[in-house]
Design a protein around this ligand. Structure first.
Ligand SMILES: [Zn+2]
Ligand SMILES: [Zn+2]
Length: 122
């Protein structure tokens, strides 16, 4: 079981499952969307994910027509993304998790955009 929330706390969620795999993505879109060096994500089953409070604060942004980036429009925290053609899988932004076990990342995508000062075991 996993719980999390956005920065302002208006949006809270629960995941009725375990996180098995986490991914770091350094692509430029993720850097811009997070305002940081990388996005830390996990693919989850949408059917086990529930927004427990604050659904009305969520907004979807389509930077590319196929991919929704879902964030709290009050505080701007990115919560998850999903592909329109794969709506059963959401990619949770793991910095918003407050309860539950998060395994170390097993994959680093777009590592060519990783800053030189950042070292991580492959
Ligand atoms: Zn918020
Ligand atoms: Zn990315």
């Amino acid at each position: 079981m996993l719980e999390g929330q956005c920065l302002c706390g208006r949006v809270k969620y629960r995941y009725d499952g375990e996180i098995e795999k986490t991914i770091i993505c350094y692509c430029k879109d993720c850097q811009m969307a997070q305002g940081s060096i990388f996005a830390w994500n996990s693919p989850l089953q949408q059917s086990k994910f529930e927004i427990t409070t604050g659904l009305k604060f969520l907004k979807e942004y389509f930077h590319s027509p196929n991919k929704a980036r879902v964030f709290c429009q009050e505080c701007g925290s990115p919560i998850y993304s999903y592909r329109v053609d794969l709506p059963d899988i959401i990619r949770l932004r793991l910095g918003t998790v407050t309860q539950g076990y998060l395994p170390a990342p097993s994959e680093q995508a777009y590592a060519q955009y990783k800053p030189d000062f950042l070292y991580m075991d492959e």
